[in-house]
Design a protein around this ligand. Structure first.
Ligand SMILES: C[S@@+](CC[C@H](N)C(=O)[O-])C[C@H]1O[C@@H](n2cnc3c(N)ncnc32)[C@H](O)[C@@H]1O
Length: 254
């Protein structure tokens, strides 16, 4: 993680020619579809003028976002991801690609109607600067959809409980020992993130619990379609207990 100044804060692995983030998604069709279900549910019946997919990588979800907005900007600090996006998004002409970190979006205040941030927060141990920048560019009443890795998911609470401990409210480093310190890799506690978002000027509208059935065994036994039907049912039902490994928040800029 480069953190010399806020405008260059990014995770370098996405520019490493030896690492292809697009390949990460091979075999993860359930996880991808579960995320699409969450976004479709959170944005159902709405249409926006200007949307930004912040830290959108190669545009995996910008494609879906283009269904909900006239203009979509893929704001991404990795040039490699933007280059892959050029090919991946060739049939989605309404997405413009910009080399930008979340902390410095270089967009006028109140110029954006919808922001999406998915799978980015694990690279940001203290995302307050980024939350404030997103609040700055959003119009009052604008929508912020945020997904992040949940440190307080059900299984983790059991693991901590067995040791007589509580899940920490501070970010937990989950990077492998050999990569520790290179690229930030943290899980967050939902209550900490929700408090920060309130301080940054957002009102919480909806919570969903995501990827609730992420298990190789379940994938094999149930198959993709029944698994996704169940996932769809469970996302709102399990939200109050932050059950899944992923948390979705829909927020309104005050
Ligand atoms: C796991 S990928 C997720 C990409 C995309 N949102 C998705 O769900 O497919 C993490 C992305 O976060 C981006 N990223 C890392 N640090 C960032 C920062 N400070 N600001 C914006 N994006 C960042 C990386 O470049 C990478 O594209």
């Amino acid at each position: 993680m480069v953190q010399t100044k806020k405008s260059v804060r990014k995770a370098d692995q996405y520019d490493d020619p030896k690492y292809n983030y697009q390949d990460y998604w091979t075999g993860r069709e359930y996880e991808h579809a579960a995320e699409e279900i969450a976004i479709n549910r959170l944005l159902k019946g709405q249409h926006f003028k200007r949307a930004v997919d912040v830290g959108g990588g190669y545009g995996r979800l910008s494609k879906l976002l283009a269904k909900f907005a006239d203009i979509v900007t893929l704001a991404e600090p990795s040039q490699q991801q933007l280059d892959i996006a050029k090919i991946y998004l060739k049939d989605t002409p309404d997405v413009e690609r910009k080399l930008l970190p979340a902390a410095d979006l270089k967009m006028p205040k109140g110029s954006v109607d919808l922001v999406l941030v998915v799978r980015v927060l694990h690279h940001l141990p203290d995302p307050m600067v980024e939350f404030k920048e997103i609040a700055r560019v959003l119009k009052p009443g604008g929508t912020f959809i945020l997904e992040f890795a949940n440190d307080a998911h059900f299984l983790n609470r059991i693991r901590y409980g067995i040791r007589g401990k509580r899940v920490p409210r501070t970010p937990v480093d989950i990077s492998s020992p050999e990569h520790r310190g290179e690229i930030a890799f943290v899980n967050h506690h939902p209550k900490t993130i929700i408090k920060m978002l309130g301080d940054a000027g957002f009102e919480l509208e909806t919570i969903l619990s995501g990827s609730n059935l992420r298990s190789p065994r379940l994938k094999k036994v149930l198959g993709k379609r029944p698994l996704l039907a169940l996932e769809k049912l469970l996302q709102p039902l399990l939200a109050p207990i932050y059950f899944g490994p992923s948390v979705w928040l829909k927020l309104r800029k005050l």
